[in-house]
Design a protein around this ligand. Structure first.
Ligand SMILES: Nc1nc2c(ncn2[C@@H]2O[C@H](COP(=O)(O)OP(=O)(O)OP(=O)(O)O)[C@@H](O)[C@H]2O)c(=O)[nH]1
Length: 612
């Protein structure tokens, strides 16, 4: 029997009650889910934090505005993309900076790998702990890697990296360095170059107005010291910053010492491989007598097992030896070209001989022609005198045979004459072509050589030129043929200068210092850019006291020369270390003494010369 309407009503009520219970249960679950989500979302966005705060504080009584939370959540999602971009840029900038520190190839590979995946990982919040952990490991590995490069001028010649700040600011129009350069350009347009007499004596070449190139204006520093003091970082501050960097480097050393075991174990793994490669490289070069000692020392050092600290020095030695070998191969090529030159000029001399030969041939033809006409005359005379027909016949036959032979000779000679004049023309053309090619080759070679041996910025000889030059001079010095005094010049506080006025301005200053140092160069001396902000001077014709006096003059000249920048004078100074080659010295030991002296000059207030 069908259920009555009452039964149906009661069943519907039961169903409604059970639905309500289910609904209440779902609401409870959703509430707890929102609670958990709000806790998880805590800290993602300030607006969201504020709106979800009542939930996080478990105030069940507090009311939350769902619409506001939904809107805030939407905005968070919109802003997320921007934040991801910023994080990505920051991570990339940091990795780029680490790469610029020039770590080992393996660390660089890890950095590249890491950088390649930043884009994929940076969007996921949960990936951050791992992302940052890896970054901190790479950071430590890079520092560890570069910390053992010598922190002095040798290290900076390997290419000091820009500061991280500089790096991140690159291309940023708000960079103060960019500003200064702009105004500097304006200065350039507005001001005429001015130079006032410095204290260089007459025999020296003063810094010519042309040196200024309208970029810097050199004015006397008198009465401007106050301005200069305001402009330049005070020397006390410099000392403080150097102390700080010393302190920092101690800190780094401490860190690297802590990870020393790890580093050494990694190094030992590749040490043998490096040693084999270096030995093979050294075995493949022919070295000249003057570098044989260095060559043997390098081989011994490699065979005894490379250690972490000697690695850079050993690689530099191998590099120098290769460059030296390359240079002597170049010289061989030059002498080969010289030989071709000689061969060509000998060939050229042959051509007049050919002409002479042609003249002889012409004379011979003349002779034959004369012989022919004489024979004809003789035949006519014979005809008058001969009465016997047989005798006449024989005489005519003899003359005709003679004439035929003479004519044949004449024909052969004429052909040869024509041929040889063609040949000599061809020969001349060929020689001309060879000579032209030869000239081109010589020109190219000398241009390439000049490019390879000179610094593009200052135009001064570069480190490779120095290596070639010093080896030659060293041999002569060893034979007692002359003195040898070496000096290293390092611009003071140049990093701070670059940071203040921009790298481009720094470049211009290096150019001007190059000109100033170049002005004391004599044919027997050497002035070159060793690398970075370091210059090297070698004197082979002067006593050490004369060299000291000369350097002191240049140093003072630089220090009292005020470079005008944005209408304000700026002083630039440099420190010098000097050493005289003494008995038993190798090039390296003398250079090291000069470097140590430079260190002392830097440590004792800079802008001075120290002699070893
Ligand atoms: N503008 C410019 N700067 C360079 C060049 N080569 C090296 N440098 C910079 O020279 C600076 C050398 O800095 P540091 O080695 O710290 O020496 P410093 O600041 O001169 O300090 P001290 O030598 O102790 O007086 C670095 O900032 C390099 O970037 C270059 O070709 N042009």
């Amino acid at each position: 029997m069908a259920a009555s309407w009452r039964d149906k009503y009661l069943a519907a009520l039961d169903e409604q009650e059970s639905q309500e219970r289910r609904f209440q249960h779902q609401i409870k679950q959703l509430r707890s889910c929102i609670d958990h989500l709000s806790q998880a979302a805590d800290g993602i966005d300030p607006t969201l934090d504020e709106l979800l705060a009542p939930l996080n504080k478990k105030k069940s009584s507090s009311r939350i505005n769902v619409e506001d939370i939904t809107n805030a959540a939407k905005q968070v999602s919109d802003r997320r993309e921007t934040r991801i971009g910023v994080s990505q840029d920051a991570l990339n900038a940091l990795v780029d900076y680490l790469k610029n520190l020039n770590p080992s190839r393996s660390v660089k590979t890890d950095l590249n790998k890491y950088q390649g995946n930043i884009g994929k990982r940076v969007g996921k919040l949960h990936a951050y702990p791992q992302l940052l952990r890896e970054l901190s490991e790479l950071h430590a590995a890079t520092l560890d890697n570069v910390i053992h490069k010598r922190p002095n001028w040798m290290a900076s010649l390997l290419g000091a990296p820009p500061s991280f700040k500089e790096h991140v600011n690159e291309g940023d129009s708000g960079n103060p360095a960019d500003d200064t350069t702009d105004v500097f350009e304006q200065d350039k347009a507005n001001d005429d170059p001015i130079i006032e007499e410095g204290d260089l004596s007459e025999e020296e070449t003063p810094l010519e107005p042309s040196v200024i190139e309208g970029e810097y204006h050199i004015v006397s520093t008198e009465n401007t010291e106050e301005d200069v003091d305001n402009l330049l970082v005070s020397s006390d501050k410099d000392v403080a910053s150097f102390e700080q960097s010393d302190h920092q480097s101690e800190k780094h050393t401490e860190i690297s010492n802590r990870s020393g075991i790890d580093k050494h174990s990694k190094f030992t793994k590749i040490e043998d491989k490096i040693s084999i490669i270096l030995t093979e490289m050294l075995d493949s070069v022919d070295v000249e007598e003057c570098v044989k000692e260095k060559f043997s020392q390098s081989k011994v050092r490699i065979s005894q097992g490379l250690n972490w600290y000697e690695m850079v020095a050993t690689l530099e030695d191998v590099r120098d030896l290769f460059l030296q070998a390359l240079c002597s191969a170049n010289q061989d090529f030059e002498s080969y070209l010289e030989n071709i030159d000689t061969a060509l000029s000998e060939l050229k001399q042959l051509i007049p001989e050919q002409a002479h030969h042609n003249q002889l041939q012409k004379a011979l033809v003349g002779d034959i022609q004369q012989g022919l006409s004489e024979r004809s005359t003789a035949l006519v005379e014979n005809l008058d005198q001969v009465t016997d027909l047989d005798v006449l016949k024989k005489s005519v036959a003899d003359h005709v045979t003679g004439l035929a032979i003479q004519l044949q000779n004449l024909d052969t000679l004429s052909t040869r004459l024509a041929e040889s004049s063609d040949e000599s023309l061809l020969l001349k053309q060929k020689i001309q072509e060879l000579e032209d090619n030869q000239q081109k080759l010589k020109q190219e070679l000398s241009e390439q050589k000049h490019r390879a041996l000179h610094d593009v910025l200052t135009g001064l000889p570069n480190r490779d030129f120095y290596n070639q030059w010093i080896y030659k001079k060293y041999s002569l010095w060893k034979n007692g043929e002359h003195e040898l005094v070496i000096s290293i010049c390092d611009v003071d506080n140049f990093k701070s200068f670059n940071d203040t006025y921009g790298h481009q301005t720094g470049d211009r200053v290096l150019k001007l210092i190059g000109k100033l140092l170049g002005s004391i160069k004599k044919p027997e001396n050497f002035v070159g850019r060793y690398g970075g902000e370091e210059f090297i001077l070698v004197f082979s014709s002067q006593e050490v006291s004369q060299c000291e006096a000369l350097i002191e003059k240049v140093r003072k000249k630089l220090a009292t020369t005020s470079f005008r920048f944005k209408e304000k004078p700026v002083t630039i100074t440099a420190s010098f270390g000097l050493a005289q080659f003494t008995l038993g010295d190798s090039i390296e030991t003398a250079l090291k003494r000069a470097d140590d002296a430079l260190y002392k000059a830097k440590a004792n207030g800079k802008n001075c010369l120290y002699c070893a």
